[in-house]
Write a protein that binds this ligand. Structure first.
Ligand SMILES: Nc1ncnc2c1ncn2[C@@H]1O[C@H](COP(=O)(O)OP(=O)(O)OP(=O)(O)O)[C@@H](O)[C@H]1O
Length: 586
């Protein structure tokens, strides 16, 4: 079962906001986990009570044979307690890890819904900390805290009932202590929540800083800033240490209060028991039972408060997870239209600006691109070329106007269908640390080896791949450090070609490629053109721009000029200006 995306969770927050995630067979596991907790703690209390009763009777001089029934009870309750503990450990962990899997799927869904915008302004390292650390923290709640909480209610009630059966005064003596011990975490819960939030926040910052520190080693060493970055990292570590110390000191206070209250409760129970014994209200065998039941009633609560020491972190972790679960989709995927056979692309009076951006990026942008046409999108830096691509890919939706393919508004197409229509070749491809073949296959996992090789040939990537020691089985190094920029870009083309999408959106690298790479890229581009696909290229290099059938010049959020290179060279003032800039030696 995969969890239903978070959108269905009703504005829940904190730990109990995670409970609606428990559906289907998880509910049975939850029930069994709770039963196991009751069995384990109940069994322990029953064992202790029986032993106390035996001890009391023995001290009172009872004949050994009269104790046989009590020993028979022990023969039952001891295995129940031991079995209960084992069962609790087994079933609660099984339940917890199944749920952690669900949480991780939910977190991944949330990340996917937000893509490519950043999630709640958080950095990669912070999000990784939520997806792994916080999700694992939930193991604590589901595997330990949850069952213990139920045990901490039922077992003290049972002990209280036992004490009341011995003498109501014994139960009355214990009652205030029970309430006090149970309320200690509640007194400190606000602080615990705040401090837990702080600890996890600092942990997230430290994670983000560490990831950035590792990723930016090259720049740091080139500019000699390694020491500064390390100092920043150490400051983060110190901040985390301080947050953890504050958290620990509050938890210590809780510990001390609970230990003191437990000791006082047992002392009070012993005094009341002695008083009752003195007055003849109870017999000697019941005195140890009163003491043991009083201590036993408080033990599960004390145990819970120990796990509740982590409650602050747990709550904060749950809230961070739920934030991602509630992440609104960047774009709603509600389209139901079938994929059109006509692939004419139209931008009609499109207006768009990024949230928090400086006003509109596109403002009344119109253009039509015929099937099989090769179009270059040009404009000064920041003119909105990538934004046009973002809207065609539906990374964002326009605020005004519409983008259509074959006359269908792309918002009316299911997103996976749109992804099959338009393949994107980004400037900087992310390569997974898998084989080159696997990386190309991301475009279509079921593609055969021949199809992978054909796509690589067309993308002019085959020769350099074949020259690698392990060919297509070569592992791309972490962050693809082993491949050059030009090689990575041609792998991106192969990946996109393999999808078989009829529209290719190509973001040509504005960074310099060496001549060999540039030629290879040009040949790949020519090959793709020969295939009858529509190619929209965000182009920078004059050679690439000139090779397009039609050039669209963007300016001030609109289509300022359009035509062939010859037409624009003759009459496009802006185009001429741009080409002069592009052709100027750096
Ligand atoms: N994700 C984003 N969030 C906010 N603003 C953005 C985002 N992406 C781009 N912008 C802004 O939108 C404007 C257009 O950016 P865009 O990337 O579309 O330009 P471009 O023509 O592709 O530029 P370049 O040639 O430099 O890549 C810029 O002012 C940019 O700062």
């Amino acid at each position: 079962m995969t969890p239903t995306p978070s959108s269905s969770l009703p504005g829940a927050s904190g730990l109990f906001g995670l409970l609606p995630l428990i559906r289907g067979d998880r509910r049975l596991k939850l029930l069994l986990t709770l039963c196991s907790g009751i069995l384990a703690q109940g069994g322990t209390l029953a064992t202790m009570a029986t032993l106390a009763w035996i001890a009391g009777r023995a001290i009172g001089g009872a004949a050994p044979e009269t104790l046989v029934p009590a020993f028979l009870v022990l023969v039952i309750v001891v295995p129940v307690a031991a079995g209960g503990r084992w069962w609790q450990a087994h079933i609660s962990h099984d339940f917890a890890f199944t749920l952690i899997g669900d949480l991780q799927i939910g977190i991944y869904d949330g990340l996917e819904r937000a893509a490519p915008a950043s999630i709640l302004g958080r950095r990669t390292g912070e999000l990784a900390s939520v997806a792994t650390g916080d999700a694992e923290l939930m193991e604590m709640f589901y595997a330990h805290t949850l069952a213990d909480y139920v045990g901490a209610v039922i077992v003290p009630l049972a002990a209280l009932a036992g004490l009341a059966a011995i003498h109501p005064l014994a139960a009355l003596t214990l009652l205030p202590f029970l309430l006090l011990v149970a309320s200690v975490p509640a007194w400190l819960s606000r602080r615990a929540g705040r401090e837990g939030e702080k600890v996890l926040g600092e942990l997230g910052h430290l994670n983000a800083e560490t990831v950035e520190f590792i990723q930016s080693q090259r720049e740091l060493s080139l500019f000699g800033r390694g020491r500064d970055a390390l100092a920043k990292l150490m400051a983060r570590t110190a901040a985390l240490g301080a947050a953890q110390r504050r958290y620990g000191s509050r938890a210590g206070l809780e510990y001390a209060a609970i230990d003191a209250l437990t000791a006082l409760a047992v002392l009070a129970a012993a005094l009341v028991g002695l008083m009752l014994l003195g007055s003849g209200a109870i017999g000697l065998p019941l005195l140890p039972l009163i003491i043991v039941l009083s201590g036993g009633a408080l033990a599960p609560i004390a145990e819970v408060t120990q796990t509740a020491r982590k409650l602050g972190e747990l709550k904060a972790g749950a809230r961070r997870i739920l934030e991602i679960f509630h992440q609104k989709p960047q774009i709603p995927d509600t389209g139901t239209q079938a994929v059109p056979s006509d692939t004419t692309i139209r931008f009609e009076d499109v207006g768009f600006g990024y949230d928090g951006g400086r006003g509109a990026v596109l403002n009344g942008f119109n253009c039509a691109i015929r099937p099989g046409e090769t179009v270059a999108l040009v404009g000064r830096s920041g003119a909105g070329k990538s934004t046009v691509a973002n809207l065609l890919m539906r990374f964002w939706d326009p605020e005004r106007g519409r983008v259509s393919i074959g006359g269908i508004d792309i918002r009316d197409l299911p997103v996976p269908a749109l992804r099959r229509l338009v393949a994107w070749v980004p400037q900087d491809i992310h390569l997974f640390n898998r084989t080159i073949a696997d990386n190309i296959r991301l475009g279509r996992p079921e593609a055969t080896d021949d199809e992978v090789i054909r796509a690589a040939r067309l993308a002019q990537a085959h020769d350099f791949i074949a020259a690698l020691p392990e060919g297509y089985d070569t592992l791309c190094g972490e962050r693809a450090a082993r491949l050059s920029g030009g090689q990575r870009q041609r792998l991106a083309i192969a990946r996109a070609l393999l999808t078989g999408a009829p529209i290719l959106l190509l973001d040509e690298a504005s960074s310099n490629l060496d001549t060999a790479n540039e030629r290879a890229f040009q040949r790949a581009f020519e090959g793709i053109r020969g295939q009858g696909r529509t190619v929209i290229m965000i182009a920078h290099r004059p050679s690439m721009i000139r090779s397009a059938e039609r050039i669209l010049v963007l300016d001030s959020g609109r289509l300022a000029e359009a035509g062939t290179h010859a037409e624009l060279a003759a009459s496009g003032a802006l185009y001429r200006q741009l080409m002069t800039l592009e052709e100027a030696p750096a």
